[in-house]
Design a protein around this ligand. Structure first.
Ligand code: VAH
Length: 320
């Protein structure tokens, strides 16, 4: 990987993936892109950066050609909750955007493409505990439909055109740098911010809601380790189950209370509860472990300590 383009670079995963790829491959070799250029700050310049709308086919082709891109990390997407507010836009961004990236990549000589699927590819007919790698995928959200369709489309480009497309099914992603943008698992991030800011939080899923989660360092590790893996070892290419932990919203609140004893959490489910109830409670990620040595580092306890430490530092810097 020498010349990398990241779409959705200003998002929750994109922000930290951009930083890590620039650390590994050099700032000038990693072109960040998003629909709007984010503000530079004291610790992070976005240059080199392209304003890029993934629904604009010609813009994608031009970016790949102009920067002589050999690797694309395609993260731009509308997440589950916002996708249900505008399903047609979610299809346009998530599927037409992906198709534009795949077409421009195969025509433009790109060597590798990373595209994240999600546990949202599963639905209520999927076994919910220790969900298998190869199983029923009948999602009930447009976001989930775009993830199942995207996995099939990416695998088509692997087998029909020999394009090396790889991806994982991310669970809920927890991070301390950039807030998530409209997902069902956003509560697992918001709760930390509100525990420090207010000392209380109203969670939008039930206390007993259990979902698989991953901490951002492991989220980034999954992307980089899969993309650096030996292609000959891969029996799957897209939609690898990856997970690091599973816990209930109540267990997360209790873990935070170990460090903020006065923290109070109320549970008032909203329309996102039905989405959470359609997703797995835990994943079997043995295929990722066998085919490319997936091995997460953070569980609930370690993630909680690190999140609180990082957010308290931001609070002291006045950037929370
Ligand atoms: C969402 N954070 O909630 C995303 C993710 C598994 C959930 O895909 O939509």
């Amino acid at each position: 990987m020498k010349r990398i383009l990241i779409t959705g670079a200003a998002g929750q995963i994109g922000t930290e993936l951009t930083r890590e790829l620039r650390r590994k491959y050099g700032v000038d070799n990693v072109i960040a892109s998003s629909r709007h250029r984010p503000e530079d700050d004291a610790k992070h310049s976005w240059t080199p950066f392209e304003v890029l709308d993934v629904t604009d086919r010609d813009a994608i082709r031009a970016a790949i050609e102009d920067y002589n891109i050999d690797t694309v990390f395609h993260l731009a997407a509308m997440l589950s909750a916002v996708g249900e507010q505008d399903p047609q836009a979610a299809w346009d961004v998530n599927i037409n955007g992906l198709h534009h990236v795949l077409e421009a990549s195969r025509r433009g000589g790109v060597e590798k493409v990373f595209w994240p699927s999600s546990i949202a590819a599963f639905g209520p007919t999927t076994p919910r505990n220790n969900t298998p790698q190869d199983t029923i995928t009948q999602p009930t959200t447009m976001y989930g439909v775009t993830k199942v369709t995207g996995e099939l489309l990416c695998d088509y480009y692997v087998h029909r055109y020999g394009l090396d497309v790889r991806g994982v099914r991310y669970p809920g992603v927890i991070s301390s740098d950039t807030l998530p943008g409209g997902g069902t698992t956003d509560y697992a991030v918001e709760i930390f911010y509100e525990a420090i800011r207010q000392g209380h939080y109203t969670c939008f899923v039930r206390e007993d809601t259990v979902l698989p989660m991953i901490y951002m360092p492991d989220c980034i590790l999954a992307a980089t380790r899969l993309m650096e893996a030996d292609l000959s070892r891969l029996q799957h290419h897209n939609g690898f189950n990856v997970s690091a932990m599973s816990f209930s919203a109540g267990e997360l609140a209790a873990e935070i209370r170990k460090y903020i004893p006065e923290f109070a959490c109320r549970f008032e489910p909203d329309q996102r509860q039905a989405i959470a109830d359609s997703w797995p409670r835990s994943l079997d990620d043995s295929a990722a472990r066998a085919e490319w040595d997936w091995q997460p580092a953070f569980g609930l306890a370690g993630m909680t300590v690190d999140m609180l430490e990082k957010l308290r530092t931001r609070e002291q810097l006045g950037t929370l």
